[in-house]
Design a protein around this ligand. Structure first.
Ligand SMILES: CC(C)(COP(=O)(O)OP(=O)(O)OC[C@H]1O[C@@H](n2cnc3c(N)ncnc32)[C@H](O)[C@@H]1OP(=O)(O)O)[C@@H](O)C(=O)NCCC(=O)NCCS
Length: 362
């Protein structure tokens, strides 16, 4: 493993835990806070890379003298691809100091973390924004995977949205209760069938033991899916320094039949409700509907203006969200490094399950 390389006065290296405060300061000093409220504190990076129960990832950094000028992270995330468990990892946290851009630092950091891990990861993926996407595709041999992941939004409370549009905020205060009543009626989640369902949905502190049985049964449905075992879920949502709400659906017998993870965050005068993650059996569509109904109701009670979810277009979850008044918003490309398994995934034609929390967007 190459620990450090020097180039044109810049040192490229894998960060030690002692570097995390400097990385956090660099992140906070030059870039906007994360819009979904994700932590940028040292303990976040420590959790993500060094307290990861699926292996050690890391943050790679470029420095000049004692100053950090670029960072990039690699986070191990177990995946099941065509029935086989693989050690996948997400690459992310792409930040280069404004004065040092277009000098290949981001590209060097990507190559450094490809070389700098042992054993090598079978699949390296990411959901890049516009500029890194160009770099991944043109320079780093990371083409787009032919899977259509999209974000979907549902307006919940109109006051904050109307305030942005209308000149006088008192008009928003008067009009919004009426708009909210109308939109609740219009976007009612289909309750036919749900009324007969005996599934019970509640917020819980953790994930029940039999979530593993749910994962085993549900995962058979998909060609590509991040492993949603109890071990993964506890690391992802409970050990995480950021706070999430866990909704568990149980059948009459008490068995876990689905879960949903949510988060609320206010950003730029808008309170967002995030549907971070979910898994249910498609054979009982009422489970997902009930989880969704409970989440949306809770977002409404918490004053959220908009709810956001990521989902694979055309999937069972996508269709349910459409019926529940969610509107497609944007497509999110997923790229992967063209190694052996990457080539197979890039061929496409696979059935995916992918949610917002499978990326580091939340
Ligand atoms: C995205 C970012 C990390 C790229 O870092 P960088 O060190 O400048 O990238 P590189 O020099 O390695 O660029 C590699 C390729 O990416 C593409 N690229 C990079 N910046 C670009 C820009 N501003 N416009 C168009 N293409 C760009 C080019 O193809 C470039 O190759 P070229 O310079 O030979 O044409 C940097 O612009 C940044 O920190 N942006 C702000 C933070 C951010 O938005 N991060 C992404 C979200 S996590």
């Amino acid at each position: 493993m190459r620990a450090e390389t020097m180039s044109e006065g810049l040192l490229f290296k894998k960060a030690g835990k002692e570097d995390l405060p400097r990385i956090s300061e660099f992140r906070k000093g030059f870039f906007e806070v994360h819009e979904a409220g994700r932590s940028c504190e040292p303990e976040y990076y420590e959790w993500k890379c060094y307290r990861n129960v699926f292996g050690e990832g890391g943050v790679w950094l470029a420095e000049e003298g004692n100053s950090v000028v670029g960072v990039k992270s690699l986070t191990p995330k177990p995946m099941k691809v065509l029935g086989a468990m693989v050690n996948a990892a997400e690459t992310g946290d792409n930040f280069v100091h404004p004065d040092y851009r277009r000098h290949g630092i981001f590209s060097r950091l990507f190559r450094a973390h490809l070389d700098g891990v042992d054993p090598q990861w079978s699949l390296i993926y990411t959901l890049p924004s516009k500029i890194p996407l160009q770099a991944y595709e043109r320079k780093l041999d990371c083409p787009q995977i032919p899977v259509s992941l999209c974000s979907m939004v549902k307006p919940v409370r109109s006051k904050q949205l109307l305030k942005r549009k209308l000149r006088f905020s008192f008009v928003a205060a008067i009009v919004s209760p009426l708009v909210d009543i109308a939109s609740r009626a219009m976007f009612r989640i289909g309750t036919r069938g749900m009324a007969r369902s005996t599934v019970d949905v509640r917020p819980e502190e953790g994930f029940p033991d039999d979530v593993d049985a749910l994962w085993e049964e549900a995962s058979v449905n998909y060609d590509v899916i991040l492993v949603r075992s109890k071990k993964y879920l506890e690391w992802r949502y409970i050990a995480n320094p950021d706070a999430y709400t866990i909704l568990i659906a149980r059948s009459k017998s008490g068995a876990t039949s689905g879960y949903m993870v949510t988060k609320v965050h206010a950003s730029n005068d808008l309170t967002w409700g995030y549907i971070c993650d979910f898994l249910t059996l498609e054979s009982d569509p009422n489970v997902f509907r009930k989880l969704l109904a409970a989440a949306v109701e809770s977002f409404y009670q918490k004053g959220c203006a908009v709810v956001l979810a990521y989902v694979v277009r055309g999937s069972f979850y996508y269709r349910t969200l459409l019926r529940a008044g969610f509107l497609p918003r944007a497509r999110h490309p997923i790229v992967c490094y063209r190694n052996e398994l990457g080539k197979l995934v890039l061929k496409g034609g696979h059935k995916w399950h992918f949610t917002m929390a499978d990326s580091d967007h939340i």
